[in-house]
Design a protein around this ligand. Structure first.
Ligand code: SF4
Length: 311
């Protein structure tokens, strides 16, 4: 599941750390979600982490049938088939973008229509050997990663060269045609790093949000239409924390790119006066700066911490 959306070389250190902490399903299901999210921190696409945790809660072992696997949260066709072929040596092919590309070139397919994707799946499964289905699956993944990549083809070293249709064309890189990506939306936000008398910083937990749910962050939110950053930060803090902040100091702008949007965050800081009281609760926590490391946060918040260190 870590390998969904993320390259193996990025995943490896996270995977090793994760397996030390959660070597089996039992250790994962008895952990708290905060602890689990902390182990995932930095890998992104946090819904995967919630899905693994949610799946583990109802399991004693990893299922070995397609129907059971596909019913788990976060397990789609690719993940189910990759698990079945690699872990259980069953005849299924998990088709990722590497396999899609290699098969498209081999079969001379330019457009990845639904019908052509079905054809790729049928051909790949038909040629999968009974005795080593997982090796076949991984070999094709490696071929796509190192020999038949999106930017280069090492056709003279490729074991598929004899039957490959794309190699007969002038430019195998034209197979398949790229899928048009939708442009990322831009989001403007303003957050405030609120300090108390003990120099602790206030963190707020994101809950029931579509993205980054369960992570901790500095309070704030999106700018409304025609709203200035300072107005937005004052409004957000009043709405969310029920506290009016006066004269927050502007610290700077940080930019971050998430999978589906780019965000620009205007960062403010403020010291609360003695009369303002905000108590710790399930959603709010006062934290000393040195302890921020214990809280799983979205990546953009780490940039905010670096910015704060300049003050
Ligand atoms: S022969 Fe070339 S284009 Fe065809 S699969 Fe191999 S590397 Fe890709």
């Amino acid at each position: 599941m870590m390998l969904q959306q993320t390259q193996a070389k990025t995943v490896i250190p996270f995977y090793n750390k994760w397996m030390k902490k959660f070597p089996n399903i039992q250790s994962l299901k008895s952990a708290k979600i905060e602890e689990v999210l902390k182990s995932w921190e930095g890998l992104g696409y946090y819904s995967r982490c919630h899905n693994i945790y949610g799946a583990a809660k109802n399991l004693d072992s990893i299922p070995n049938t397609y129907e059971e696997l596909i019913s788990l949260p976060g397990v789609g066709d690719y993940t189910a088939k990759a698990i079945l072929s690699i872990a259980y040596k069953k005849k299924y092919v998990g088709i990722d973008t590497n396999l899609q590309r290699v098969a498209s070139r081999y079969l001379g397919i330019k457009n990845l229509t639904k019908k052509n994707l079905q054809r790729i799946s049928i051909v790949l499964e038909k040629n999968q050997p009974e005795d080593s289905p997982g090796d076949y699956n991984e070999a094709l993944m490696d071929l796509g990663r190192h020999v038949c990549t999106s930017t280069k083809t090492l056709c003279t070293k490729c074991p598929l060269v004899a039957g490959c249709k794309a190699v007969k064309s002038k430019n195998p890189l034209l197979y398949p045609l790229p899928i048009k990506r939708t442009k990322k939306i831009k989001v403007q936000a303003a957050v405030c790093c609120i300090f108390n008398k003990k120099k602790q910083i206030l963190l707020q937990k994101r809950e029931n949000t579509r993205l980054l749910s369960g992570l901790w962050e500095f309070p704030g939110g999106k700018l409304e239409k025609n709203e200035t950053p300072i107005k937005a930060v004052k409004r957000e803090i009043e709405e969310e924390i029920k506290v009016k902040i006066r004269k927050p100091k502007y610290c700077g702008l940080i930019k971050h790119s998430y999978s589906s949007y780019n965000v620009e965050i205007h960062v403010f800081m403020v010291f609360l006066d003695d009369t303002t009281i905000i108590n710790d609760n399930k959603k709010l926590k006062w934290v000393f700066e040195k302890n921020l490391i214990n809280f799983a946060m979205p990546k953009a918040n780490h940039k905010i911490i670096s910015l704060l260190n300049q003050y």
